[in-house]
Design a protein. Sequence first.
Length: 278
Amino acid sequence: MDIGAIDWNAVWAEELRQNHSVVGFRTGPALWGDRGRAVRYDTHVSGRRVEETLSSLPLVRSARVLDIGAGPGTLAIPLARRVRTVTAVEPASGMADVLEDHIDEEGIGNVRVVRKRWEDVDPATDLRPPYDIVVASFSLNMEDLRAALRKMDDVAAGSVHLFWFADVPAWERRYLQVWQSLHGAAYHPVPKADVVCNLLWQMGIYPDLRIGMMQRVVRFVDLDEALVTCAPKFGVTGKKQEEVLRRALSGWLVPEGGAYLLRETSRYAHISWKKEEL
């Protein structure tokens, strides 16, 4: 088959629709609208991953940065200390609340929060383009990815940086192991970075690509805390499902130093391009 004849935007959309239609599965605002979940996510974010991401960006003090899918400020808050301004786009109310809490607590005055999906953002009224750096870190959940990428490119004056999954990440491997037992239906993984790169090529954008390792260790005080934290992401709502997930967690968690550790290792892709090269 001639891969040039493939509509990679349609491939992306179909794979993402299959993922979003998985029985019992929630993501985006449906999952992260809950403030408590957003706080737990924020607590477990790896500082090492954040520093690796920041070190891969062309940061200068005068830069204006757009952070798409900013979550609780994982990148936006440390970015604010290193650049001129940050515009953080985040649609999930729980995540945006935690982000604004950080802004208030730390007295940060150069972060502006836009509580919208990227698809619904109007650059003319919601943003202040152009931006020196545009970042979308593990937030490419738009079905019409071509339109989303074109909008990112349009508001960028410097470079665009996408971080996305290169292989099946650790949590998806766990979903694949237990989803059938939990929900009586299969789990469909999200599309991966190869689709993103092929789509960009079709759009006439020829990005740089770097593959990195994403390693994370999540620490829980006990199995009950792990269950409470993981249950929403696994779509657990009843006692029977709780027992299925509890048994699975018992096999995944490693006791160490009086705590229980969940180790995750995956490959990610850093896909980037500079506007002046187009």
